[in-house]
Design a protein around this ligand. Structure first.
Ligand SMILES: *Cc1c(COP(=O)(O)O)cnc(C)c1O
Length: 370
């Protein structure tokens, strides 16, 4: 296989996913796999599950299940499968992804409470504590780690400490942070961590995964409110079948993910990838500030994953025109998703390096027409 047979991308995807991936990740998809054969089950799926579990915790208390679909499918599988029939979910929301968790829970007719702290504020930890003290019906608490709506990084450690001190089950949507920000799920007290193939591990889209505390997951047999999104059954089939999936597996995507995990290791692991993302982010924010663009969030709340910028206030400014100009120069950025302010977003994760961000800043400079 040679890299020259893989065409170049016409532009970088500076978005929350799918992201720009390496040629080698795409290249390994150029063969077919049998979803029932051990070359695939043992050679690919089991290796990924073991590796994911090891990245999340060295404790040996965790296990992993892969699930077809985009990240939202894995969130819906988790919420719909781990809450017992009379369970109650508390959602800490401060953006569109947090709201989506509440939407999933409500759609599944699960009793749901939402603490919405607003798009530019962190969760209210005192309210969380007093609520858990008062309401013993709340069995599970869920929060988004990096709220991709704004780029805010939520304090999952502090939240974990409170949730665990009241003995509740803790679920974290670490979709856009796992693989890019170091975390130890056991130390944080996470029972279920949900992420997907096409974010910081830098694979291609097609499946998500759940890293679960084994003894918690084992209690959830029969809870699922859906057949295809039954997390326990999916996990049990993989566990007992040594890498077997229920229903067709996204084989090429899964193989690409194994390569992406290898490349994560070659880069030096999550710690090193985090350093690259921090550096990308630093160059981005400083470069944009030099051109007059201000960040939505204060530095203390900002993740090194994706950044929201205020749209320029000049009347000649037009996002679509700005977007098209950058796209033509090789960079796809992202519209804003915040309701409280007029913003756009630039992601800096994926197969994107500091020099690429320097080039982006030059292109932004050339794209200012207002
Ligand atoms: C990307 C993302 C998701 C999942 O989105 P999909 O489009 O279903 O892959 C969920 N939560 C967060 C915080 C995300 O960034």
């Amino acid at each position: 296989m040679n890299d020259h047979s893989i065409p170049d991308n016409p532009y970088f995807l500076l978005t929350p996913g799918p992201l720009s991936t390496s040629k080698s990740v795409k290249a390994v998809m150029l063969r077919d796999w049998c979803t029932w054969d051990e070359d695939y089950n043992l050679g690919v799926v089991e290796k990924i599950r073991a590796e994911l579990t090891g990245l999340a915790s060295k404790s040996g208390k965790y296990t992993a299940a892969l699930m077809q679909g985009s990240g939202t499918f894995s969130l819906e599988a988790t919420i719909g499968s781990v809450l017992p029939p009379k369970g109650k979910l508390l959602v800490l929301a401060n953006g569109a992804y947090g709201n989506r968790l509440a939407q999933i829970s409500n759609r599944l007719s699960i009793e749901t409470d939402v603490h919405d702290s607003g798009e530019v504020n962190p969760p209210d930890l005192e309210l969380l504590e007093s609520t858990l003290k008062q309401d013993s019906n709340i069995s599970h608490v869920i929060v988004v780690h990096c709220e991709t709506t704004t780029g805010m990084l939520n304090p999952i450690e502090e939240i974990g400490r409170i949730v665990k001190s009241y003995g509740r089950v803790y679920i974290v949507d670490a979709m856009s942070s796992f693989g890019g920000i170091p975390m130890d799920v056991q130390n944080i007290g996470i029972d279920y961590l949900v992420s997907s193939a096409n974010k910081c591990v830098q694979g291609v889209p097609g499946f998500g995964f759940v890293i679960a505390k084994r003894d918690e997951l084992e209690k959830t047999k029969g809870f699922a409110r859906s057949l295809s999104l039954d997390l326990y059954d999916q996990w049990k089939t993989m566990e007992d079948g040594h890498g077997k999936w229920r229903y067709t597996s996204p084989t090429h995507t899964v193989r690409a993910f194994m390569q992406a995990m290898l490349e994560l290791k070659e880069e030096g692991g999550i710690e090193k990838r985090h350093q690259r993302y921090l550096e990308n982010h630093r160059i981005l924010v400083n470069g944009m500030a030099g051109l007059g663009f201000n960040c939505l969030l204060p530095k203390a709340l900002q993740s090194p994953i994706i950044t929201s910028f205020h749209n320029p206030s000049q009347s000649a400014y037009d996002f679509k025109k700005f977007y098209d100009s950058l796209k033509e120069k090789g960079f796809v950025i992202y519209p804003g998703k915040v309701s409280v302010a007029d913003t756009f977003r630039i992601g800096n994760i994926g197969h994107v390096f500091p020099q690429d961000i320097h080039n982006l800043i030059s292109s932004v400079k050339e794209s200012i027409f207002w």
